[in-house]
Design a protein around this ligand. Structure first.
Ligand SMILES: [Zn+2]
Length: 122
């Protein structure tokens, strides 16, 4: 058994999966930023006293968009950390019990740092 928890082929496959997922997340985050800008622009155009709800709804929508965008950006950060760990050869071990995490789980739950046993115990 080698010291690396993943084979070269498995690492390459995970890296490809993560790049695809990362691009998707960045696109989502960018789209949300545009949505946010549109909300701001729309609020600037509308007089505050027409039939639309006064600022409550707008503030709520902006907060929703911002928190969704932050969630995407956190996922991007966790994928970046996983990609760095792949490059360092440390990816694929559970952060809690240090056992190898199965390749199928790594491919299904991109960026996970926990084996299925430890994840279930949370
Ligand atoms: Zn574990």
């Amino acid at each position: 058994m080698s010291s690396a928890p993943l084979s070269d082929v498995e690492r390459a496959e995970l890296r490809a999966l993560m790049s695809t997922e990362r691009a998707r997340l960045v696109a989502q985050s960018t789209a949300l930023r545009e949505t946010f800008d549109e909300l701001v622009a729309a609020a600037d155009l509308e007089p505050p006293d027409d039939e639309h709800d006064p600022d409550g709804t707008t503030a709520y929508e902006r907060a929703q968009v911002t928190s969704m965008r932050e969630a995407f950006e956190r996922e991007v950060a966790s994928i970046d950390a996983a990609l760095a760990a792949i490059d360092a050869g440390t990816y694929g071990r559970c952060a809690v019990c240090d056992r190898p995490i199965g390749f199928e789980r790594l491919a299904a739950v991109l960026g996970t740092g926990l084996c299925i046993t430890c994840a279930a115990g949370r």
